[in-house]
Ligand binder design. Structure first.
Ligand code: SF4
Length: 308
């Protein structure tokens, strides 16, 4: 089957099975193009919670499909590549959280949404890159706070809030390749460009980057909105490279230049068009968070959603 035939069959099966396809901005362009909704982890979680579909085909990595299962327990959540994992989510276990908590009695644990359901179940609050500052600002200022699992996002939030959260040592192996020196070098090389920087990037919390007038640090959805509203015609993109597919689609007259040539997430690329089709045909691979774990993991997510 060629890609047009595969796409046609996917559309047919979606209708027959009352399914929707959710895809992350980091998936392959052809997978993004077949999706009903394209988004970052926060946006996709919201859609997962609102859809009436019976089946959700989640084109992303495992922890994201778990989040969809936590939010929508009555839906059948499928991930096309059963082994699509994440270096950041794999950096910590629930046991690690409890050990760290025991070393810091009375501390609150804030968990970035890029974590397994098991880790979320051991946290007090969840946050996303879009609402992290708001969540942390809502916590009592004098209270010790432990942030898991991303050290770069945690350091960025500390800078913006003036807090001194203790940071777990996890990182995203893709964004870790973007240090401040590279961001500053590229900003100098392209004097008219604005830099769109994900806070998971290694250089996001450097004072020179934070103070730079052409540095815009935000979640992926925030970057896409910024590229549309900014008067700039040229952008340096400091995140996973496939994001450029959507940036170009939404802004055909603007130029997007990767800050680093190899910031590709190999785990996200495991989701191919053929595997999306197989997921729909065979209703595989189901991701179902068990009820007891789901109830515990839902608490920090609900607390996050309640913070206005
Ligand atoms: S880009 Fe980084 S955080 Fe996102 S799924 Fe890949 S390894 Fe995980």
């Amino acid at each position: 089957m060629d890609s047009n035939e595969i796409t046609g069959r996917i559309k047919q099966l979606k209708a027959e099975k009352n399914a929707i396809i959710l895809a992350h901005y980091y998936t392959r362009p052809e997978v993004q193009d077949v999706a009903d909704y394209l988004g970052d982890s926060l946006g996709l979680s919201r859609v997962a919670g609102e859809t009436d579909a019976r089946v959700i085909v989640f084109c992303g990595v495992h922890f994201m499909a778990e989040t969809a299962s936590i939010i929508s327990p009555d839906k059948k959540v499928l991930i096309p590549a059963w082994n699509a994992g994440c270096s950041l989510a794999a950096s910590i276990t629930g046991e690690d959280v409890e050990r760290w908590r025991a070393e810091n009695p009375g501390g609150l644990v804030v968990c970035y949404v890029n974590a397994t359901a098991e880790v979320k179940a051991h946290a007090d609050y969840c946050c996303t890159s879009a609402n992290a500052v708001k969540v942390v600002n809502s916590l009592p200022p004098g209270r010790k706070t432990l942030f898991v699992p991303d050290k770069n996002l945690g350091a960025y939030i500390n800078k913006l809030t003036g807090r001194a959260m203790e940071l777990w040592h996890g990182d995203c192996c893709v964004h870790e390749r973007i240090p401040a020196s590279l961001l500053l070098q590229k900003l100098e090389e392209f004097p008219d460009a604005e830099a769109l920087i994900h806070p998971e990037s290694n250089g996001s919390h450097d004072d020179r980057v934070l103070a730079h007038p052409r540095a815009f640090i935000s979640s992926t959805a925030g970057m896409i909105a910024r590229a549309g509203s900014s008067p700039a015609g040229q952008f340096l993109v400091a995140t996973e490279l496939e994001t450029i597919h959507e940036l170009k689609k939404k802004n055909p007259g603007k130029e997007f230049i990767p800050v680093h040539p190899t910031t590709r997430c190999g785990q996200m690329k495991k989701i191919t068009l053929e595997r999306v089709l197989a997921a729909l045909e065979e209703e595989q691979y189901e991701v179902k968070v068990p009820d007891d774990l789901r109830e515990k993991a839902w608490i920090p997510i609900r607390r996050m959603l309640e913070i206005k």
